[in-house]
Design a protein around this ligand. Structure first.
Ligand code: PHE
Length: 470
């Protein structure tokens, strides 16, 4: 197969459009919902530092590699990998990397959509004034009533999946490009506003100290793995989302510049979210390790007490939905692109099929918060002692599948792909910038991933399962 100059699915109108779309993919629930709660669960500062190091040393170089593979392959990740492997004279089994990505995207979206459903539900509660004057206990009980009711959760999950399917069915360019242009700046403004509120709350210093004062006694090997997994998750790496977006990137756009911009914006959003949330947590005597409900139990208190809180609260949750929406699209785009390429399906049909399957699988997550909330499928493994089905899906995808995908992308880009090809595609010349990228992707990234994995396996204690303890 000869390499097409353009994807059959079209291309972004400019580099800016790509940056916005990829930022839309990167900025999502991971930044605003997940980052604060996992940082809270793993002790704050040290976790944040490891996460930032992973973004710089692993995330940015892998993102460059993933965009590069996409742009050179110009097809869905599965077919791009097959084409690129052929070009390099390597095994066609490299296309499995694309398949693994499709699976990861499907698993992630299945729970992502349920959480995005919470945000939808909260947008409606905010507009109805439910949070006005609310206490910490009041907000906690609103959260429990929502997540405790499988039918309600299913309803919101369904609505969100339908929204995702509609945009994907229409193609990425028109709607998405426009939505993101408005979304990213507005989200920044609202986060800054919330930071302003947090600053005045009286516990801002305590929040900052929690987030930025590193105490390495508080983080263990599992925490380091979670920080690394989150670096992949938050940048949408390791599953083909960024690869497929790269395949729509105009030929001459700079990959390095775009990537760095995307990573910086993404990190900024996460830090702004953390700085808004932890002061509210502390001033209300709440627990930073509250888990997945953290932002849903803290931010409404702020909205309930600030002037104009009803308006800002509504805007915030609407924007959170938008942020999740622009991410969820990228989670199924690799599968949809493949169905269109290989099964000659229309985008509409491909979106409906992938959407429905994902929706169905999402019910596992819906039930994890209510009828199955006591179900601990892997309680015999020490790190999973308290993990629900939802926790396991999240752990498997973010901390295992994405880093492994990223590892394979790294190996392919610098050990399999011919050097002149990556020099040409990255267009950095053959100077220090290219060499730095190459050293990072060739040695640092794979070694870091392996070390972090090996360290954590020491933590998995199968003794209970084997009947050796207690
Ligand atoms: N980056 C998204 C977020 O932070 C999630 C995501 C992961 C999207 C993987 C696409 C691929 O919410």
């Amino acid at each position: 197969m000869t390499r097409a100059k353009q994807s059959i699915h079209g291309s972004w109108s400019s580099r800016l459009a790509f940056v916005l779309a990829a930022t839309g993919s990167a900025v999502g629930l991971g930044n605003i919902w997940k980052f604060p709660y996992i940082a809270g669960e793993h002790g704050g500062g040290a976790f944040v530092l490891v996460y930032l190091a992973c973004i710089a040393v692993i995330g940015i170089p892998i993102m460059m590699a993933e965009v590069m593979l996409g742009r050179r392959g110009r097809q869905s990740p599965i077919n791009s990998m097959r084409t690129l492997a052929a070009e390099a004279g390597a095994s066609r089994y490299w296309s499995w990397l694309g398949w693994a990505g499709v699976l990861a995207g499907f698993l992630i979206l299945s729970y992502y959509s349920v959480i995005a459903g919470w945000a939808l539900a909260y947008a409606f509660r905010a507009v109805g004034g439910t949070f006005t004057g609310a206490t910490a206990d009041g907000v906690a009980s609103i959260f429990e009533r929502l997540t405790g009711d499988p039918e309600r959760l299913m309803g919101w999950h369904t609505l969100f999946m339908v929204m995702t399917m509609i945009v994907v069915a229409r193609g990425v360019r028109g709607g998405l490009e426009r939505a993101v242009k408005f979304l990213v700046p507005s989200l920044f403004v609202l986060l800054l506003l919330l930071d302003g509120y947090a600053m005045a709350s009286g516990a801002f210093d305590q929040g900052l100290a929690f987030l930025f004062r590193a105490d390495f006694a508080k983080i263990d090997a599992n925490g380091v793995l979670i920080a690394m997994g989150h670096a992949f998750f938050t940048l949408s790496l390791g599953m083909g989302a960024i690869m497929v977006y790269g395949s729509y990137l105009p030929a001459r756009a700079s990959i390095a510049k775009s990537t760095i911009t995307i990573a910086l914006l993404d990190t900024l959003v996460a830090l702004l979210a953390g700085m808004a949330i932890f002061p509210i947590v502390f001033v209300n005597g709440m627990e930073p390790g509250a888990g997945p409900g953290l932002i849903f139990q803290t931010l409404p208190i702020a909205f309930g007490h600030m002037p104009g809180g009803q308006v800002f609260g509504t805007l915030f949750f609407v924007l959170l939905v938008f942020a999740a929406w622009t991410s969820s699209i990228s989670l199924i785009e690799p599968a949809v692109a493949w169905l269109v390429e290989n099964r000659a399906m229309s985008r509409v049909r491909a979106s409906v099929i992938t959407g429905l399957t994902t929706w169905l699988f999402g019910l596992l997550t819906v039930f994890s918060f209510n009828i199955w909330s006591e179900f601990r499928p892997l309680s015999f493994v020490s790190v999973f002692r308290n993990a629900t089905v939802f926790d396991l899906l999240d752990y498997l995808t973010a901390n295992i599948m994405l880093p492994l995908g990223g590892f394979a992308i790294a190996v392919f880009s610098v050990w399999v792909m011919k050097r002149p090809d990556s020099v040409q595609e990255l267009a950095l010349g053959d100077g220090w910038a290219y060499r730095l990228w190459r050293v990072l992707v060739r040695y640092v990234t794979p070694v870091a991933v392996v070390i972090i994995f090996l360290n954590v396996t020491g933590l998995v204690d199968f003794s209970g399962f084997l009947g050796l303890s207690e």
